[in-house]
Unconditional design. Structure first.
Length: 95
């Protein structure tokens, strides 16, 4: 059994949402969701990027995945997670 999963996430703006997928052991799991918290929505597409990544990692944990590679289209996700950028909003601390 493979213990590595690939995750692809992307966010949207406004009433934020996310969609992506996780591939594990040759099976694809679709990950989608949305929210309307006004503070998160003010972050535009970043809200979806954050929550999409979190939802995919939670699914990976549920499946017993030991390691993940996350593919994203917004470099801030990496920069905030690694502490390269200052986190202004409280939700960035979730990374």
């Amino acid at each position: 059994m493979n213990s590595i999963a690939s995750i692809v996430c992307s966010g949207d703006s406004g009433v934020y949402g996310y969609g992506g997928f996780l591939v594990y052991n040759n099976e694809k799991y679709i990950i989608t969701g949305s929210g309307s918290d006004s503070e998160m929505a003010s972050m535009r597409n970043v809200a979806g990027e954050i929550l999409g990544s979190m939802a995919a990692v939670e699914k990976a944990i549920e499946l017993g995945v030991k390691s993940v590679d996350i593919y994203f289209d917004y470099m801030g996700i990496r920069a905030w997670a690694l502490g390269e950028w200052k986190r202004k909003e409280r939700y960035y601390s979730l990374l």
